[in-house]
Write a protein that binds this ligand. Structure first.
Ligand code: NAD
Ligand code: GLY
Length: 384
């Protein structure tokens, strides 16, 4: 079992991770069978026996009926909207349609919005909840590994615009998160692996014991088998506890929360270059980005080269990409193109990109001192 956790076992087979944010505190339940118990679990945080579920066209046929049944059995009235699956639904047009649907259903201030889906649904529904009637509560039922360990926790919501990803949004904490590991059974293996990159991130940025546990267990965890669910639960609980700790320390990202962007500056640049589509999933970009962040740290003499090699070897061992794609929809991927994307990063401060670098596995830090020449050398070598 990995090290520091602030989680407690509940009476059933799930584990609860607390997010102690004062008036905005909430629990994250992680385990099997949570969807079947959604009505009972949600009831204590509802101010009105009414919810509006937002889900996508892939998740609706799989889980909407089960969630609705559980809620209806608990005497809760359910309305819902289904948006097309995929990143393209995270835009102004879909947000507007969703808000219209909520208003047409006569949602009131006490109506709970429920995000049932991956990070796209969590970000879109959460943002809609934050502006509907000047802000209503919402609950996350994340159905991808990425959303269970990252996007459903911490309150970042938002949409994409023509200027870039996640540039319009809000901080709006959920009232409850139900991460049912059973739903991961229907998730395509490629999506499961991509979500795993965010799990690995928590080990790399702050928990060497968890990282070693992942090195030993992740290959089994990512292959269906007898211990698959137990391993997943440990990994999700540890990840959520790590994220909760950081979010509680820095809810609005004025400091330490930026460590959660380990691998993301490179990852976002690669995603932008590859067109934000099937060619490179977000988590795949993050996996490559974390390898590059450790490579850069080693090249700058900040981190042992052996640690950078370990990160690369692990990504390969779990079937994640560890090297940047050489070409994309616009032709060959170049260091200059990636650096140009990085200069649009929303984490820019006074014109400088903030990088998450590492002193070793389990010890990341923020740096704004990386020279363009060092960056270009590292990227040119990685793309050679
Ligand atoms: P996603 O929501 O697009 O889900 C991936 C795919 O899996 C979709 O096709 C979806 O329909 C399908 N799917 C979802 N659950 C399924 C299930 N149980 N079985 C079968 N198919 C299922 O993508 P994602 O990777 O979950 O999330 C990516 C999004 O999350 C991006 O928009 C990213 O910006 C955002 N994000 C937000 C935060 C945050 O803190 N708010 C953090 C990380 C990422
Ligand atoms: N996914 C990064 C954050 O929530 O801050």
């Amino acid at each position: 079992m990995p090290g520091a956790m602030t989680a407690t076992p509940s009476q059933d087979t799930s584990t609860i991770v607390a997010v102690p944010l004062g008036a905005r505190a909430y629990d994250i339940h992680v385990g099997r069978g949570l969807i079947a118990r959604a009505g009972a679990l949600m009831a204590p945080v509802l101010s009105q026996k009414r919810v509006f579920i937002v889900t996508d066209s892939n998740v609706a046929p799989l889980y909407l009926a089960a969630v609705t049944q559980s809620l209806t059995q608990a005497g809760i009235h359910v309305d819902h909207a289904v948006v097309p699956a995929g990143e393209s639904s995270k835009d102004f047009a879909h947000l507007a349609r969703l808000l219209d649907a909520m208003l047409a259903a006569k949602c009131e201030r006490g109506t709970m919005i429920v995000a049932l889906g991956g990070g796209v649904i969590g970000d879109l529904a959460g943002f809609a909840a934050s502006v509907l009637l000047r802000g209503v509560d919402f609950i996350q039922i994340p159905t991808t590994l990425l959303s269970q360990v990252d996007s459903s926790v911490g309150g970042k919501t938002g949409i994409n615009t023509s200027a870039g990803k996640n540039l319009v949004g809000s901080f709006h904490q959920p009232r409850l998160v139900l991460a049912d590991t059973d739903v991961l059974a229907t998730l395509p293996m490629r999506e499961l692996r991509a979500g795993y990159a965010e799990v690995a991130k928590y080990g790399l940025l702050g928990d060497a014991v968890f990282w070693a546990w992942l090195e030993a267990n992740a290959p089994t965890m990512l292959t269906a088998g007898a211990s698959h669910h137990d391993l997943l639960r440990v990994a999700i609980v540890t990840s959520c506890a790590a994220k909760a700790k950081i979010v509680v320390a820095d809810e609005k990202e004025s400091g330490v929360r930026a460590l959660l962007n380990l691998g993301h500056t490179f990852g976002h640049a690669l995603e932008a270059e590859m067109g934000y589509g099937e060619d490179l999933l977000h988590g795949e970009g993050v996996a490559i980005g974390m390898v590059l962040a450790f490579d850069l740290s080693a090249r700058l003499g900040l981190c042992p080269p052996a640690d950078a090699a370990r990160v690369r070897a692990h990504m390969q061992a779990v079937g994640l990409p560890a090297v940047p794609p050489r070409s994309g929809p616009r032709g060959p991927v170049t260091a200059a193109a990636l650096i140009a994307h990085m200069s649009h990063d929303k984490k820019m401060k006074d014109g400088a990109v903030t990088f998450v670098l590492a002193r070793r596995i389990g010890e990341a830090f923020l740096s704004r001192d990386v020279s363009t020449a060092a960056l270009e050398d590292m990227l040119t070598a990685a793309l050679a």
